[in-house]
Design a binder for this molecule. Structure first.
Ligand code: TXA
Ligand code: MG
Length: 361
């Protein structure tokens, strides 16, 4: 199956009860070595048969993804895992029984069953069972494990709608299954259980507190704060690349006092506008009134800080909307790191490329 310079088909599927004929068509494309973008509960994935080295190479080509950044293998249930790794450790079984299907990726020893491009040549493999009827039906129907990164051009914000996928990958992939907006809006949590103590390599849809309730202490890789220099080399290869970034440059303003943060954003907005830059402001319900009536700025209110689930679901669409609005610089207010806030702040910090302003109390 040839993916390069093809016409991308766009098929709308019912996200709760996907049409069997459409899923069979998509499954056949995967089995034939083609690329299919599909909805998951986190973001849209770009799938290929994980056992087919050529198909997997197609993912890297379509996304422009660095070759050393390994992929997540998507399977339909825990039982399938034993086909691809020698040993399923007890911690994996426990976590999977509670959190699969769901937004948790487990990094475990093994993966030799897959072509080296899937694992980036590491001796570990990342696996998850997505909690989306379309994704599960596709994996089952295809009858193969599905390697799937987020379906965006490398470095861009992840896609939460089929429209985002087409904006980035139209003409480069065979098919996108459109199941409407993905619910969570941020990717799965990547948890490394290959060593003695479990480590979060990427915060995501499954929060640390819930993991610790089940398995005890869970470390967080210092590289997730966007500063690899404080924690040595990141343990997840993907964390060393600029990521989630809109075309405009993004400056993140952090601080405990929300009102002082917003006041500072306003000062900076005026400064950028005075030199002719088109300014976008990423804010929350608690402080959006600071910008009332300021029609010269593109203001996006991404829900409330007190409701990180809503912020997560609006995050990537908001970053893409700033691009559509043609802003030059995005001034983003930060939010607390609690719960899903850890994933949101990780994405904002990475989108800023380290351009973070801390406002002390
Ligand atoms: O929610 C998600 O996880 C989405 C949907 C489509 O499932 N997928 C996704 O894939 O976000 P991707 O490729 O965009 O991010 C995978 C992350 C990368 O940071 C990669 O470096 C890391 O997982 N990863 C994959 N295999 C790994 C391994 N063996 N060891 C450490 N990190 C790994
Ligand atoms: Mg990604």
């Amino acid at each position: 199956m040839e993916n390069a310079a093809c016409e991308t088909r766009h098929l709308v599927v019912d996200p709760r009860q996907p049409d069997v004929t459409l899923i069979e068509e998509a499954g056949a494309i995967l089995r034939g070595g083609g690329l299919v973008a599909f909805p998951t509960e986190t973001v849209y994935g770009l799938g290929a048969n994980a056992l087919d080295a050529r198909a997997v190479a197609g993912i890297f080509e379509a996304k422009g993804r660095p070759a050393d950044n390994p992929l997540i293998v998507h399977i339909d249930c825990l039982r399938t895992l034993s086909r691809y790794v020698n040993e399923v450790p007890p911690v994996v079984s426990r976590l999977a029984s509670r959190f699969w299907p769901g937004p948790l990726t487990l990094v475990l020893q093994g993966g030799q069953a897959f072509p080296p491009a899937v694992t980036g040549g590491l001796d570990t493999v990342a696996v998850r069972v997505p909690a989306h009827p379309v994704a599960l039906a596709l994996i089952r129907t295809a009858g193969v494990p599905v390697a799937a990164p987020s379906a965006n051009v490398s470095g861009r914000p992840s896609p939460t709608t089929a429209g985002h996928v087409l904006d980035d990958l139209s003409g480069k992939i065979a098919l996108v299954l459109d199941g409407g907006p993905s619910g969570l809006g941020v990717e799965s949590t990547v948890l490394d259980v290959s060593g003695d103590c479990p480590v979060i390599l990427r915060p995501g849809g499954t929060i640390r507190r819930d993991l610790e309730e089940l398995i005890g202490p869970v470390e967080v890789d210092p590289a997730i704060n966007g500063d690899a220099t404080t924690g040595g080399a990141p343990r997840s290869p993907g964390m060393k690349y600029t990521h989630y970034a809109p075309r405009a440059s993004l400056i993140l303003f952090e601080g405990h006092d929300q009102r002082r943060v917003a006041a500072r954003v306003l000062v900076e907005a005026k400064r950028f506008a005075a030199v002719g830059r088109k300014v976008g402001i990423f804010t929350y319900g608690e402080t959006s009134s600071f910008y009332d009536g300021m029609v010269e700025y593109s203001v996006i209110v991404a829900g409330k800080r007190s409701d990180p689930g809503t912020v997560a679901s609006l995050l990537y669409e908001s970053l893409r909307r700033f691009d559509r609005l043609g802003v030059d610089v995005i001034l983003a207010e930060g939010m607390p790191f609690d719960g899903l806030g850890m994933a949101v702040m990780n994405r904002l910090r990475r989108a800023s490329g380290g351009h973070v302003v801390t406002i002390e109390c």
